[in-house]
Design a binder for this molecule. Structure first.
Ligand code: NAD
Length: 508
């Protein structure tokens, strides 16, 4: 039986962490309640920004941009570097706040902060590598080149389940690119945002950068509408549900703003007959039950070859039976709470739908620990065997439910992988190289992330992160994602003393 902290104990730990980070008590004793999903109790209160506040924040960020864009990129990198040093110093404190607000187990919360540190490292190096190409001109005495310039204000909207890392993915790159940022975090995780912003504020002050280059707005979606609507916000980077993406994308498109959308996933793994089942089992259980199924990359659909399906399902169910579910603050806990009651209701509804659509629950699904934490929502991760075609498998339910279907031919498995409207992450477990290559080929997985012999979650920051179709098409983090935070200019420089026109055109 898990050891439950009281809400007061959680609040005290969070307050101490905030104290060390340097967040004043006044900032977290406002009228807007902050609850912890660990017990469901209130641990703090914040202030709410109004639509007027958001408008003013965009104005300040826009004004700060005028100066920041003139600062050489490697000098901008020095700010990000200092922020990273502070993240290293306060990693544990930030992780405590993330655990309290998002319910992540400590190693995952610390891993999330580590992801911030990693992207900062990448961004600092990138600040000296904002390369443009030089191309041969078709005209003598001419040079053709491209340059990359700062874009402007970047509006960052983030989801509850990665309260700090996604902000850092965006902000580290936006700042070295010469942009300024306005951040609207998810309502459930405002303390994590306040703490993260305070560390950036300290770095800004220490290196003497413009104080207004980062703006945090604690606003709901209505008060924050200007981030989506305002022409001064040149890029809106929004992470969250497909529903949210559908709401904001047309507004951004109508004003020809730039959008980077990181929306819902519905990720699958194929298990081929040649797979190393021991390895597959570990990869599957972490991807499906880790973070209580609340990652965009959570494994939700398992597509198993008929010849190994029964054995694998039995082993998954057995492994699920050993998972320690409980307060993430208790040592040994692997599966923490769902974020709130709405999430639990959606989980229950999905299980009812699955059964109605011909599914058989192999294990799990029920609420647990209700006696210890009546206002919190812990569930036993579920495994449900499904017929191949089921509507419920086309929807993302943000909870630990793993649907299992079988296949006989790899082409059918790939078709099942691709049949859902989302396109974030995918994986194949196989020891057959030809199968792996088919999965990774142009006619293989249609997702933004395709893995071999690892699960669907837990990406490193070095690669570009994002997905296709309803996942929104955005790419963040490594590779050349930095380009979306900048504008590209093509320059033709004529040093010939003549004026030859391109394509041989003759004029005056
Ligand atoms: P959500 O869509 O409810 O909210 C996400 C954020 O968008 C919040 O800050 C919310 O206040 C804001 N928002 C919602 N509607 C808005 C609107 N009309 N205008 C402006 N802001 C608006 O999502 P959530 O429940 O916080 O997070 C879970 C979802 O996020 C899942 O679907 C998950 O897959 C997705 N997610 C995707 C990624 C990714 O990289 N693809 C990463 C993390 C989470």
């Amino acid at each position: 039986m898990t050891n439950f902290p009281t809400t007061d104990e959680i609040a005290r730990n969070v307050r101490e962490a905030l104290d060390r980070i340097g967040v004043s008590a006044e900032a977290t004793t406002g009228p807007v309640a902050v609850h912890t999903p660990i017990t469901g109790g209130q641990i703090a209160g914040t202030f709410a920004n109004t639509a007027e506040d958001v408008d003013a924040a965009i104005g300040r960020a826009d004004a700060a941009f005028r100066g920041w864009r003139e600062v050489p990129a490697p000098v901008r990198g020095a700010l990000v570097k200092r922020w990273g040093e502070l993240l290293v110093e306060y990693k544990q404190d930030l992780a405590v706040i993330v655990t309290a607000e998002a319910g992540k187990i400590p190693s995952e919360a610390a891993g999330e902060v580590q992801e911030m540190i990693d992207i900062v490292d990448l961004a600092v190096g990138q600040s000296r590598q904002l390369y443009g190409k030089t191309m041969p001109s078709e005209r003598p005495g001419h040079r053709l080149a491209e340059t990359w310039h700062p874009l402007g204000v970047v509006g960052i909207i983030t989801a509850f389940n990665f309260p700090v890392a996604v902000y850092a993915w965006n902000t580290a790159l936006a700042l070295i690119a010469g942009d300024t940022v306005v951040w609207k975090p998810a309502e459930a995780v405002r303390l994590s945002a306040i703490a993260t912003d305070a560390l950036l504020a300290r770095a800004v002050e220490e290196v003497g950068a413009p104080a207004d280059l980062h703006q945090l707005v604690l606003a709901d979606r209505h008060a924050a509408a200007a981030i989506v609507e305002d022409d001064r916000v040149r890029l809106v980077s929004a992470t969250g549900s497909v529903r949210m993406g559908r709401e904001i994308a047309p507004t951004i498109a109508a004003r020809f703003g730039r959008a980077l959308l990181e929306l819902g996933g519905n990720n699958a793994a194929i298990v081929a007959p040649s797979a190393d089942l021991d390895l597959a089992l570990r990869g599957i259980v972490f991807a499906a039950a880790g973070t209580a199924g609340q990652r965009c990359t959570t494994l939700r659909r398992l597509i198993v070859h008929t010849s190994v399906a029964d054995e694998l399902v039995e082993r998954i169910a057995k492994a699920y039976g050993t998972l320690a579910i409980g307060a993430p603050t208790s040592e040994g806990t692997l599966v923490g709470p769902l974020i709130n009651r709405a999430s639990f209701d959606a989980q229950q509804q999905a299980l009812r739908d699955a059964v109605e659509q011909g599914g058989t629950v192999v294990c799990g699904g029920e609420r647990v620990l209700e006696d210890a934490a009546a206002d919190a929502f812990y569930v036993q991760p579920a495994v449900v065997r499904m017929p191949a075609q089921s509507q419920v498998m086309h929807e993302e339910t943000f909870a630990p439910i793993l649907y299992v279907v079988t296949y006989d031919e790899l082409a059918d498995a790939i078709a099942l992988n691709n049949e859902v409207p989302q396109g974030l992450s995918s994986a194949i477990f196989t020891q057959d190289q030809a199968e792996a290559e088919r999965f990774l080929s142009a006619s293989g997985s249609d997702c933004g992330i395709s893995n071999v012999n690892i699960g669907t979650s837990g990406a490193e920051i070095g690669g570009a992160f994002g997905g296709e179709k309803e996942t929104g098409g955005g790419r963040e983090s490594g590779s050349d994602s930095w380009k979306i935070y900048m504008r590209q200019a093509t320059n033709t420089i004529n040093y010939s003393g003549e004026l030859p026109l391109a394509q041989g055109v003759e004029f005056i």
